[in-house]
Design a protein around this ligand. Structure first.
Ligand SMILES: [Zn+2]
Length: 141
């Protein structure tokens, strides 16, 4: 699971999972930085993980920051620029969050030959979803 670092988005709590049941990578805005992709490659190739979820969430501060176009430090710029690439003017915040999660999930097979091969051979499913903090609901997007 690749999800946001926001403290409201604790995957083990959301999915009622034991601490050892999920392989979780977290970054602000659930961005797929190189080390995150390498970690997912490990989970697929060594642990045999059959499913990767990229989960965005309501009121995501990273997506809000990307939408504001405020000045950023060089490292924050690295984090936010891929999010900005997914934004369109007609999207509201929720649509932007969902579009970012979808784009991130599609990037995984584009940036990782290992995951692309596993996906093509049906050993790996990749989905994006949206967690609504207020309701506690997760929906596929
Ligand atoms: Zn967030």
């Amino acid at each position: 699971m690749l999800t946001c670092a926001d403290s409201h988005v604790a995957p083990e709590w959301i999915f009622d999972a034991a601490p050892n049941n999920l392989f979780v990578i977290r970054s602000a805005g659930n961005t797929a930085f190189d080390e995150a992709i390498a970690s997912m490659e490990y989970s697929v190739s060594i642990l045999g993980c059959p499913l990767i979820m990229v989960m965005g969430h309501s009121s995501c501060g990273a997506i809000q920051a990307a939408r504001r176009h405020a000045p950023l430090s060089p490292l924050l710029k690295q984090l936010v620029e891929p999010i900005r690439d997914t934004l369109t003017p007609e999207h509201n915040l929720m649509e932007s969050i969902q579009a970012n999660a979808r784009q991130t999930s599609s990037q995984l097979t584009q940036r990782s030959e290992l995951m692309a091969l596993a996906h093509r051979s049906s050993r790996l499913n990749i989905v994006s979803n949206y967690f609504d903090i207020a309701s506690g609901q997760v929906s596929l997007r």
